[in-house]
Design a protein around this ligand. Sequence first.
Ligand code: GLY
Length: 367
Amino acid sequence: MSEVLTVNYDEKPCYDIIFTDNFGILGDKISELGFEGRKVCIVTDSNVKPLYANEVLNVIEPHCSFTCVYELPAGENNKNLDEISKVYEFLIENHFDRNDLLLALGGGVVGDMTGFIASTYLRGIAFIQIPTTLLAQADSSIGGKTGVDFKGYKNMVGAFYMPRLVYMNLSTLKTLDGRQYASGFAEIMKHGLIKDQKFYIWLLDHIYEINDREMDTLIPMLKKSCSVKKAVVENDPKEKGERALLNFGHTLGHAIEKARNFELFHGECVALGCIAASFISWKRNLISMDDYYEIRDMFVPFNLPISVDNIDIDEVINNTKSDKKVDSKAVKFILLNKIGKAFIDTTVTEDEMRKALEEILWVEDNE
Ligand code: GLY
C-alpha cells in the first residue's frame, strides 16, 4: 500500500512524498536517488530512536557504505544552535562529505534541525525527511522550511532547503500519543479551511476512521492534505505571498502558545487561533454565524480545544507584535471569505483581536 506525490520547485520536479505503511522501500529509494554506497547519518531524538532507529538502520544498511545514528535531546527547548554545532562536530569526526546523506527521523523539531544542518554543512548536503508525527507529516516536512529557535523567537534562524525525498511511514502514527495526534490533525483541518471545502467535509465524514487511525483513511487523508500544501508551496516557495495562507490560525495561535509558556501543544494553539480568526471573519460578515459555529465545534470530536484558560489577553495581543508574521507595519492575519477560501489581511485591529480572544477565553460560568 503506497501513494506518491511529486513536489515541483521552479516548475521542475524536485522531490517525491511517499505515503506508505512501512519502511520497506526506503533503502531502494536511497539507491534510486544516487546514494548507493554512500555514508548515511540518521538524525533522530531520544524519543524516536528507541522506537524506529534500528528498523530504519536494517533497511538502509545494505545500500550504504557506512551508517550511524545521532541522537538529539528531544524537545523544542533543544532546537538551538548549540545542539546544531554538536551535530556538525559529529559529521566532521565521521568524515561526512558533500555526497553523503542525512535522514531526519522524527517530528518537526528533528526535521527542522536536520534540514538546517543539511543546508549549512559543507554549504549543503542532501537530506531525506522521515516524519514520524502527524504534525510533521501534515506540515513541517513539506516545503523546505528549516531552522532553529533563537533567543526565545521561534524559527528565527534558518533556510529554505528542499529535502530529496519525504518518506512517510504512517504506521508510526500508531505509537503517537493521543494529544500529539490531535495536535497534528489541526494542521490538516487548516488545509481544508483555507483551500478545500470538499476536503473539509470529507474530514467531517471520516471522524471515526481518523480517530481510530485506520490506514485506509490515513493514506488518502495525508495525501490530500499534502496536495493542498504542495500547491501552495509550488506557487510561492519562499513565502513572498500566498504561502502566508498556511499561517491561518497561527497569528493568535503562536501568541497563545507563548503566553502559556509552550505548555499547550502547537496544534492545540493552532485550533484556538483558527477559531479566533474565523470569529473575526464572521464579525466582518465574511462567513455566516452558522459557518463560524460549525468551524468551532468541529474541533471537538477531533479532541482539540475550543477554549483556553490562564491567558492574559493584553499579553497575547502584545505577543502577536513580536511574531515573525508581523511585517514592518502590521500584524498579518489570515481570514476566511468562506470555508475553503482564505486571504491575507493586515487591517485586523487590537479591538477585533480582543473580542476574538474573549470569545475563546474559558471562564467558569461558561460551563
Ligand atoms: N508551516 C507553514 C509553512 O510551511 O509555510
